[in-house]
Design a protein around this ligand. Structure first.
Ligand SMILES: [Zn+2]
Length: 296
């Protein structure tokens, strides 16, 4: 088990609205490729998502609100208190990863005289109204810079195995969360940028996504130092790299279209994603995450 049993969790960093159906039932959602947080790009006026549906999804935003955290959040607060809980339950484990990721960035920002403003994660099921439009589980996890929340249907982790062919494992989950928080860090640093026509293997979208992968690796390097986690094992790092590979654009395109079109990439190839997670993990510094110059 990878959490220190006695570590104290902060479940207030997660709002659990699973099971509530607030936020626009009935909006047609379909064709989502499960591409991770394409919504961000649509929101930022970026390239059309390959799924297509997400663009219209945002256009049809009906402004549903996510709802107040209800009894479920209270349950998290009562049941996700320690590292031992994180070792026993998936939702508590995700709380623990989020706590560790934010603890790292909080200290890292402070060390360079900057202030890290935290972002919460909302667990949802099916559909949810967000500052970036109505999202469905098919959107995959994403960070919304408008309301500063990470959104995730934990069912995505099953899809990661069944649909994307990843091996899975708890640390694959950690990678996904750390990637989303990487976008929050970019938002704070001002590097979360998109724009029209920014897709392609060396485009702005891919560079931004790869930096989030790199930031995930940077956190992994320091994960044990946050006190939440035990030193990572080779197997855990392998699970993260495997997940990064599984969500590579080339692998997804090969699976869903039977061909690979680098000019439409938004997140980067399997090789690029692994390369940048590894770069962050090995250097342990955001300075090693300059994906914007040179060939990413
Ligand atoms: Zn991303």
């Amino acid at each position: 088990m990878s959490f220190n049993d006695g570590a104290k969790l902060d479940p207030s960093q997660v709002e659990d609205v699973r099971g509530s159906r607030i936020g626009g039932r009935g909006v047609a959602v379909g064709g989502g490729l499960g591409l991770i947080e394409t919504l961000v790009w649509v929101l930022l006026g970026g390239s059309q998502s390959p799924g297509g549906a997400l663009g219209s999804l945002v256009d049809q935003t009906i402004g549903g609100d996510a709802g107040e955290p209800g009894p479920a959040s209270t349950a998290l607060a009562n049941e996700c208190k320690t590292g031992a809980d994180a070792n026993a339950r998936e939702d508590c484990r995700i709380v623990g990863y989020i706590n560790s990721v934010q603890a790292y960035w909080h200290d890292e920002f402070a060390a360079s005289g900057k202030r890290y403003v935290g972002a919460k994660t909302r667990f949802f099921t099916e559909q949810i109204g967000t500052g970036c439009g109505v999202a469905s589980s098919a959107s995959g996890p994403f960070y919304c810079p408008t309301d500063k929340y990470v959104y995730i249907d934990l069912g995505f982790f099953d899809e990661l195995r069944s649909k994307f062919g990843a091996k899975g494992g708890p640390f694959a989950e950690a990678y996904i969360l750390a990637h989303e928080y990487g976008h929050h860090v970019q938002d704070l640093l001002g590097t979360l940028s998109g724009g029209t026509g920014q897709e392609g293997a060396t485009g702005q979208s891919v560079r931004t996504e790869l930096q989030a992968d790199c930031f995930a690796g940077v956190w992994a390097n320091h994960a044990a130092a946050t006190g939440f986690l035990k030193p990572l094992t080779e197997a855990e790092i392998a699970d993260a790299l495997d997940a990064a590979s599984a969500v590579g654009d080339d692998r997804i395109q090969q699976k869903t279209q039977g061909q690979v079109s680098p000019e439409t990439w938004t997140h980067g190839s399997s090789a690029q994603r692994q390369k940048w997670f590894r770069a962050g993990y090995q250097t342990g510094s955001g300075d090693g995450c300059d994906t914007f110059s040179g060939t990413p």
